[in-house]
Design a protein around this ligand. Sequence first.
Ligand SMILES: Cc1ncc(COP(=O)(O)O)c(C=O)c1O
Length: 366
Amino acid sequence: MAEIPFRPNVLKMSPYSPGKPIDEVKRELGLTKVIKLASNENPLGPSPKAVAAVKAAADQIHLYPDGSAFSLRDALANHYRLPIEQIVVGNGSDEIIHLLGQILLGSSDDEIIVGHPSFVRYDAAAWLADCKLVRVPLTADMRIDLAAIAQTVTPNTKLIFIANPNNPTGTIVTTSELDNLLASIPSTVVVVVDEAYFEFADGTPGFPNSLDYVRKYPNVVGMRTFSKTYGLAGIRVGYAFVSEPISDAIDRAREPFNVNSLAQVAAIAALSDADHLKQTVKLNRSGLDRMHQAFLDLGATPFTSYANFIMADLGRPARPVFQALLERGVITRSGDVLGLPNCLRVSVGTDEEVTIFIDELTKILA
Ligand SMILES: Cc1ncc(COP(=O)(O)O)c(C=O)c1O
């Protein structure tokens, strides 16, 4: 049979490898109790207001959604005091990453710059466009190196992705570092500040807010999501603050109904639930502190995290530790798949889940 002529760059890509699902681990290892601290989800679950909104809208799913997601964009515009024309929404921020690649990368000479390691879906945008992916190593303290990124920009650079906080390290860049980068690169390079974990870091001295930059620089995109603090990972809604030309280009390239009707109502309801957000951030803070201390007590080197996960260098390959935790019913992420083979990344769970993780890790490492 003749071979189907797929684009060669597509065949070079690997499918995304998500955290292992709980049911799969139970089945494979014959366990009854398994906790998942691998995908940076909200351990409190969704806002009850979002659940109620989804139930109330369920009998309307025979109708197409509002393709412009007007009510959701309007709610976001009011919440963030930005004109509605400067808000775009997507099927998770994953889709917005994909769309930015689609509207900006067209030739094999085009370059996209990312910190390394950082969120792997940026790489996929480059592979899919078959353009040049430039990976700039993190600083010694595991932060995205904006000074090195500035030096790496060439006339072919189209797109820079900065995850702030960074996934998988949880570390942040500062306002002055971002100011310096933006002052030293051409205003034609689109700089995406990916704030998937913004609400966990908000209030940290020196932590930039992309909104301030989007108001000043038409080439800056601030990207956020309902998947983390808002607990809506399963329904898929991300959004971005953009200048009007970027909004217009995304609007041309996106699918007509890219955010489904249940996602739209869930996101509007979640945005109004300030209590759920507050509790989420509070629970996360105490879990992070306990996990950071536990890693130190066990002789590991945790990186200072401002997100809802923590990464630590175990000083030895993390894969066997990941496996031992899995066999004890705790799903984490081994750093070898993220470019840091001695590191383990663990999402913050409920207080009880954090206790289970610390107890099991102690049995393995102590
Ligand atoms: C830095 C970063 N950006 C974007 C995403 C994608 O989030 P979503 O597509 O669920 O909005 C994630 C998910 O883990 C992430 O860590």
